[in-house]
Design a protein around this ligand. Structure first.
Ligand code: NAD
Length: 480
């Protein structure tokens, strides 16, 4: 299964031309070649996809959960078998160098295997009210769920929402990012081959303001699971408020990674580097605000800069290498932040520019970048850059570290490095973030619940918890 030169929408297990006949180019960020063309979806296309999902809904919801789960798990296993093709496709469209794509893709497969395995585990309750009533709950699907996803780990983010939504009996219309839709289309086609009934998973592609918004507004969509920027999440939330429709919003971050002076620096150094350069910094959880205790800040900054300078860049460089920024808009945004940093008086210790060199000329590459002398009120410390850019902020005491870490509109993740187990518990309890890493950074296991505090989001994805987020609870009371 390789990328086709052009894709229609995937509706009712068939590729369908867009009603308006328009297509968008999907560009390879490594050399700016056209990878494929995807349909520029409109409200009419969304109508067709939602109608297909609605028609498939009753039979899918009525299927015994154990059987539904078996199909879902089979889809996950098939993805595992075709890992190389999917990684190559994602690498072409999104830029992540070959080996780098494997981790995210393995997780994508795990979502289907995990939620397939626990599909039958969601149970209602009996509520004891005495002999005159029998009261119990059932968790029912919403019907059609819209899943809207970003470009930074395309199929991984898609499977995170689609797998639990399907597991509890919803059907899905997926709207992937307009920059990276190919793997979602390949996946939906493969899922049918693995036994997913037609209409259960549909994909409509195109711009957020058109296809995405039409999906959110559609009367027959009962829930939206969105992953992306705060800007788009806010717009989706407003439409959902008018419809009184539940949403899961998984949005950005400016996560702190706190290095205490008693940390094992041999582990903290590569850990802190990985936290902000992995996937070229295009990870919502990235640890981009590096808070370092003042007694070690100079030494640690020097060591981190030296390690960043050594990072291989480019698709053909030895693993683990830094891939390009995934698209031109985001590339220009990162370059703009280099100017912002300069104007704010932050001191650049490495990077701060486009990466040049053999084979990088036509790609959207930037150097891993570190700023010191940063204060937490600077824009580079407050705004999500979404590139391999770390800012180092010194602190004096544990209380200072907590205060700086929490002084942000975001609250997706936080890391801390210390040998003191009491401090690890104390600080974890005080940090306002949905996921905390102690003595490592970045978790991709599908079992851990993930979601944001503050403007990083509403609701939780991943783990057992996500299953209930795709259902509504009905209480039935029988008079005896
Ligand atoms: P984006 O918000 O621009 O787009 C995300 C998706 O929403 C795309 O499919 C887009 O077409 C669609 N969209 C945009 N505007 C819309 C609208 N008005 N109505 C409906 N749909 C709309 O985000 P992006 O630039 O693709 O992704 C980067 C962002 O995603 C970053 O902020 C990053 O932190 C966040 N992200 C969060 C998580 C998480 O789990 N919390 C994971 C990955 C990425």
């Amino acid at each position: 299964m390789t990328i086709r030169p052009q894709y229609g929408h995937f509706i009712n297990a068939t590729f369908v031309d867009p009603v308006n006949g328009n297509y968008l180019d999907s560009i390879n960020p490594d050399d700016q070649s056209v990878v494929t063309k995807i349909a520029a979806g409109s409200a009419e296309d969304v109508d067709k996809a939602v109608a297909a999902a609605k028609a498939a809904s009753a039979a899918w919801a009525d299927m015994r959960p154990l059987e539904r789960g078996k199909i879902i798990a089979r889809v996950g296993r098939m993805l595992e078998e075709r890992m190389e093709e999917f990684c190559a496709a994602e690498s072409a469209e999104m830029g992540v160098p070959g080996m780098g794509a494997f981790g995210a893709m393995a997780t994508a497969s795990n979502y289907f295997q995990y939620y397939g395995g626990i599909a039958a585990s969601l149970q209602g309750e009996h509520i004891p009210v005495g002999p005159e009533q029998h009261s119990y709950t059932v968790h029912e699907p919403y019907g059609v769920v819209g899943v809207i996803t970003p470009w930074n780990a395309p199929l991984n983010q898609a499977c995170r929402g689609i797998a639990p939504a399907l597991a509890v009996g919803n059907t899905v219309v997926h709207k992937p990012s307009e920059y990276t839709s190919a793997t979602a289309l390949m996946f939906a086609e493969m899922a049918v081959e693995a036994g997913l009934p037609e209409g259960v998973l549909n994909v409509v592609t195109g711009a957020g303001a058109e296809a995405g918004e039409a999906l959110v507004r559609h009367d027959d969509v009962g829930k939206i699971a969105f992953t992306g920027s705060v800007r788009a999440g806010r717009e989706i939330g407003k439409i959902a408020a008018d419809k009184i429709m539940p949403v899961t919003l998984e949005m950005g971050g400016k996560s702190p990674d706190i290095i205490f002076e008693d940390a094992n620096l041999e582990a903290a150094l590569p850990g802190a580097l990985f936290a902000f350069v992995a996937n070229s910094g295009q990870i919502c959880l990235a640890g981009t605000r590096i808070l370092v205790q003042r007694s070690i800040v100079d030494t640690f900054s020097e060591m981190l800069a030296a390690a960043a300078k050594k990072m291989p860049i480019g698709r053909d460089a030895p693993f683990p290498s830094l891939g390009p920024i995934a698209n031109e808009v985001q590339f220009n945004k990162v370059l703009d932040y280099f100017k912002v940093a300069e104007s704010e008086g932050a001191k650049l210790v490495t990077g701060g520019k486009r990466a040049e060199g053999n084979g990088l000329e036509n790609g959207f590459y930037v150097e891993p970048t570190i700023y010191v002398d940063v204060t937490n009120d600077m824009r580079i410390a407050r705004e999500e850059i979404f590139g391999p850019v770390g800012v180092i902020i010194p602190f004096d005491t544990e209380e200072d570290a907590i205060a700086i870490a929490n002084d942000t509109n975001y609250g997706l993740a936080a890391g801390l490095w210390t040998r003191d187990v009491s401090r690890a518990h104390r600080v974890s309890a005080k940090l306002q973030a949905g996921q905390i890493y102690v003595n490592y950074y970045l978790e991709s296991g599908v079992e851990h619940p993930l979601g944001g505090y503050k403007q990083s989001g509403i609701g939780r994805e991943k783990g057992v918890m996500a299953l209930k987020q795709y259902t509504q609870t009905k209480n039935i009371i029988i008079k005896i």
